[in-house]
Design a protein around this ligand. Structure first.
Ligand code: HEC
Ligand code: HEC
Ligand code: HEC
Length: 433
């Protein structure tokens, strides 16, 4: 028995040594701080656009802090991982990193000193960024203002905090297969895919993950819960009443609002209004082309007449409320919401958002709906000209449960949301300072 245990311990030790050995990456040497003049204005401008599409600022800037100075907590089920300072400050940022070190971080998830980075940094997508694009990103970051700032320590428990062990995660979940152009598709589609699967990392929020934080195989873009929000499926499984066409996706990604699906809120509002806002129209169209093919909308001819019929049907039901006296949810809706939301004509009044088209009501997960009802929609989300008040203080949990049930039942054919009360309690708790 003793022999066996010694043997087992030896084996485990050997395995650990193998993991650490195989995970070894050389430290890359410090370089002289790059001169502004070593980059062209054109390079820097291109880099700014890509950094926008990659939404680097969303994770690398804390509210009220210096741009790209890091320190923002990415909350994972395993603990908090703080983003790094990626300004060119030589001591606390990446000012001493060579372009090679920067590229290795984006392509392999390895720090300048050779340690593994955690996949809270979406390098598994950035791995697809072409070398030319890495070069312009480098030019952009090396010419940002220097900010001295050290990020807080991560709160991952042992052994999850051991960076060497990330090598095992990489074996399991880091797919390094290069993204070769699909010659059966248009150039625009290929551009859309390149952006989506690479720097824009759309799947990071829209693809569900397994218990180890790896993307679930065969569930690409199937929809996922993230940090109090729900990123809907971008496949044919999307439950919207009218399929997301190229036109609708373009409008959503460009302006954050659509006729037939509602507005972009929460983390997606940030993707649209701070991230993609820097992208060219051609690139936003390319993304829309890729995703309207992914969900199958391009294969279906959606004629205007059919859509008008749906709009007429939805708006006809919009202001009709039956059972007002026996259904507490319906009565609350009329009292608290209908003054702003009901439509009565056969066409929609866009300044009265039609809930019969709101994605929040159709999703399998109620989080987006609850976020809106509890905390409203601010000026930076949705359409800039409109705001929606939050009902956090005005409505009880039971009120919300009943109103949500009423709206879901009367406007969609989706099954009821279960255990809604627990979700409301959890969301209210998460919002407490
Ligand atoms: C979803 C959040 C997120 C986004 C988006 C993001 N990062 Fe990060 N990044 C992180 C986190 C978290 C870390 C720290 C990871 C760690 O410590 O293992 C990090 C680390 C890095 C590092 C390593 C720095 C160091 O000192 O170790 C670089 C370089 C970097 N990011 C560049 C970028 C660039 C460029 C973009 C945009 C194209 C970007 N990041 C977008 C979260 C993000
Ligand atoms: C004072 C007017 C007002 C009231 C009252 C109001 N809303 Fe809104 N609501 C809005 C506006 C305006 C928007 C769109 C905000 C934007 O685009 O930035 C909106 C958006 C929404 C959305 C998101 C729609 C989408 O695009 O997906 C939902 C869901 C919603 N409201 C539900 C409700 C519910 C439920 C109530 C009642 C508890 C309510 N609202 C009460 C004005 C209101
Ligand atoms: C940081 C997380 C995050 C990233 C990155 C992200 N999304 Fe989203 N997305 C969300 C969330 C959350 C929602 C739901 C918000 C809402 O209802 O307004 C959403 C909603 C959407 C919707 C509307 C779906 C529906 O049924 O209402 C589309 C389309 C979409 N995203 C496309 C994209 C594309 C394309 C990208 C990459 C360019 C992307 N998203 C990147 C989080 C993200």
């Amino acid at each position: 028995m003793k022999k066996f245990l010694t043997g087992l311990a030896g084996l485990v030790l050997l395995l650990l040594i193998a993991v650490v050995g195989l995970s070894w990456h050389p430290a890359l040497a410090d370089v002289e701080q790059a001169q502004q003049s070593s980059f062209s204005v054109e390079q820097i401008n291109k880099g700014a656009i890509l950094a926008g599409i990659g939404n680097c600022a969303a994770c690398h800037t804390v509210k009220g802090g210096g741009e790209f100075a890091g320190g923002l907590a990415v909350v994972t089920p395993f603990g908090r991982i703080y983003s790094s300072n990626i300004t060119p400050d030589p001591a606390t940022g990446i000012g001493r990193w060579s372009q090679e070190a920067f590229k290795r971080a984006l392509h392999e998830g390895v720090r300048q000193d050779g340690a593994n980075l955690f996949p809270a940094f979406p390098y598994t997508y950035f791995a697809h960024i072409k070398d030319d694009d890495v070069a312009v990103l480098y030019a952009y970051f090396m010419t940002r203002p220097l900010i001295k700032s050290v990020s807080p320590k991560n709160t991952l428990p042992f052994p999850l905090n051991v960076r060497a062990l990330q090598t095992v995660w990489k074996w399991l979940y880091f797919d390094k297969t290069p993204l070769l152009p699909d010659v059966t598709k248009s150039e625009e589609w290929n551009r859309g895919r390149y952006l989506a699967e690479g720097v824009a990392h759309c799947a990071a929020c829209h693809t569900p993950r397994n218990s180890l934080g790896g993307e679930r195989k065969n569930a690409s873009y199937a929809g996922a819960a993230i940090d109090g929000w729900y990123s809907p499926a971008l496949t044919s499984a999307n439950p919207a009443l009218v399929m997301w066409s190229e036109t609708e996706i373009y409008a959503y990604l460009r302006y954050g609002k659509t006729q037939l699906h509602g507005v972009a809120i929460g983390p997606m509002a940030e993707v649209v209004h701070t991230g993609l806002a820097k992208a060219t129209d051609a690139d936003v169209h390319a993304l829309a082309t890729y995703f309207s093919d992914l969900n199958g909308a391009t294969k279906i001819v959606q004629n205007a007449l059919a859509i008008n019929t749906i709009v007429a049907k939805v708006t006809a039901q919009s202001s009709q409320v039956s059972n007002l006296y026996s259904d507490h949810g319906a009565a609350l809706y009329v009292a608290a919401c209908a003054s702003c939301h009901s439509n009565s004509a056969a066409s929609m009044n866009l300044s009265r958002p039609e809930l019969g088209f709101s994605s929040t009501l159709f999703a399998p997960n109620p989080d987006n709906f609850l976020q809106v009802i509890l905390y409203g929609i601010g000026r930076k989300e949705g359409s800039s000209a409109m705001m929606m008040p939050g009902f956090d203080a005005a409505l009880t949990n039971t009120d919300i449960v009943q109103m949500a049930a009423y709206l879901r039942r009367s406007r969609t054919t989706q099954p009821p949301w279960l255990n809604l009360e627990n979700d409301i309690v959890a969301m209210r708790r998460a919002h407490q300072p």
